[in-house]
Design a protein around this ligand. Structure first.
Ligand code: FAD
Length: 368
């Protein structure tokens, strides 16, 4: 049995206190491991780059079921719009999403980490780590038996430890309208448009504190194209009933991995999880649930292994990383075949509805 020995200051150092990092640290802390989490932001709820929509499975089957009610709002429908703004309302029996007060959700996660005995170091960046025996010397932190990179789409842990990097991304940006309530607040409004969101969609979401209006498109570093936020807003404003007086406040923006890393996500003593490992649906760009699940699996596997009750966590982590094979085919189609006119013509057809239901509700849908 491998012991969590005193040769190390920490059994586990996790970089990143967002969804994947929090899940990994919480799972390991349940076994009494000495866990340190580094988060470069002083306030975990600041400078967000996620809409923060959580699927039903994550809310019902993970630690996120404990999220305080005030931080979530139930959404049971998707209103899907063709480029010409004709729309269809989709729903699925017993299925729902939760939109969130995301800044406070991440602050709540930080408080859960601390309550579980995790040493959370806010405002401390991971800079470098070098191998020491079977573990790592992490700069500014000490010796760690395991190092986990949950530090997002441009992972420095991957860079410094020679692991694979994700090179293929979408770029998403959204504006917040605090205090605004939409006439149809119980629906997530999704817009297809080759002009505004080539390769992806635009969206308008009601959350517990206001409305988020966003769009995402293919990220091409060679031909950086700024999303036309103002044009998109003008396009959708009347369709969703966003008042003319509503003023945009904070902006959220970031990269969404939509390809696999170009190398391994593990090496002895170091593991990537979440966006750092490309664990995001390449089609829906949803990564909160998959990041959480994988992060938790990694923390759990590290703890079991250190207690002599499980196999090497590096293998568990690599095996548990979803490949999203079918969704990658659809991603290719979105990238290469997207045209507006078929959607304008066929949005309300049965075939189109089934595709939409597959994406949003895992095939359980019905039109209402
Ligand atoms: C605009 C946009 C909207 C999205 N909306 C949704 C959605 O509604 N639902 C959904 O399921 N998914 C959504 N996603 C995807 C989802 O947000 C991510 O998949 C998810 O946040 C991944 O979690 P993570 O913990 O792996 O990484 P991240 O959330 O990226 O967290 C990484 C953390 O690491 C920290 N960090 C980075 N570098 C360092 C360092 N060197 N030292 C210390 N800390 C560091 C960061 O500050 C951050 O807190 C969206 C993405 C974007 C860009």
């Amino acid at each position: 049995m491998e012991t969590a020995s005193s040769a190390y200051d920490w059994d586990l150092v996790v970089v990143g206190a967002s969804f994947a990092g929090a899940a990994c640290a919480l799972a390991a802390a349940q076994y009494g491991l000495r866990v340190c989490v580094l988060e470069r932001k002083a306030d975990p709820g600041a400078r967000l780059h996620t809409t923060g929509i959580i699927v039903k499975e994550a809310i019902e089957q993970t630690w996120l079921r404990r999220v305080p009610d005030a931080l979530v709002q139930r959404v049971e429908h998707v209103r899907m719009y063709a480029p010409n703004l004709r729309s269809v309302l989709l729903a699925a029996p017993d299925y729902y999403f939760m939109t969130t007060d995301t800044p406070n959700l991440l602050r709540w996660l930080a408080s859960e980490l601390r309550a579980s005995g995790v040493a959370l170091r806010l405002g401390q960046s991971f800079t470098h780590a070098r191998r020491e025996g079977v573990g790592w010397q992490v700069e500014g932190v000490g010796r760690a038996r395991y190092l986990v990179g949950a530090d997002g789409a441009t992972s420095r842990v991957a860079d410094r430890t020679g692991l694979g990097r994700v090179r293929d991304h979408l770029y998403g940006v959204e504006q917040e309208f605090a205090g605004v309530v939409l006439p149809e607040a119980g629906a997530l409004h999704c817009f297809t448009s080759r002009r505004f969101a080539p390769g992806y969609i635009g969206w308008v979401a009601q959350n517990p504190t206001g409305v988020q209006v966003g769009l995402a498109l293919r990220h091409d570093p060679a031909r950086a194209r700024q999303p036309d936020r103002e044009g998109f807003l003008a396009h959708v404003r009347d369709a969703v009933g966003l008042p003319a007086s509503a003023q945009a406040g904070a902006t959220r923006a970031g990269l969404v991995p939509c390809g696999l890393p170009d190398g391994p996500i593990t090496a002895p003593g170091v593991i990537l999880t979440g966006d750092a490992a490309g664990i995001v649906s390449p089609l829906s760009a949803g990564g909160i649930h998959s990041s959480w699940r994988h992060g938790w699996t990694v923390g759990d596997a590290i703890a079991l292994h250190l207690r002599g009750q499980g196999p090497a966590p590096e293998g568990v982590a690599a095996g548990a990383a979803p490949r999203f094979r079918a969704k990658r085919v659809l991603r290719w189609a979105m990238d290469h075949l997207q045209m507006d006119w078929p959607l304008d013509l066929a949005l309300q057809s049965g075939a189109m509805r089934r595709v939409a239901e597959q994406i949003y509700f895992h095939r359980r849908g019905m039109r209402v």
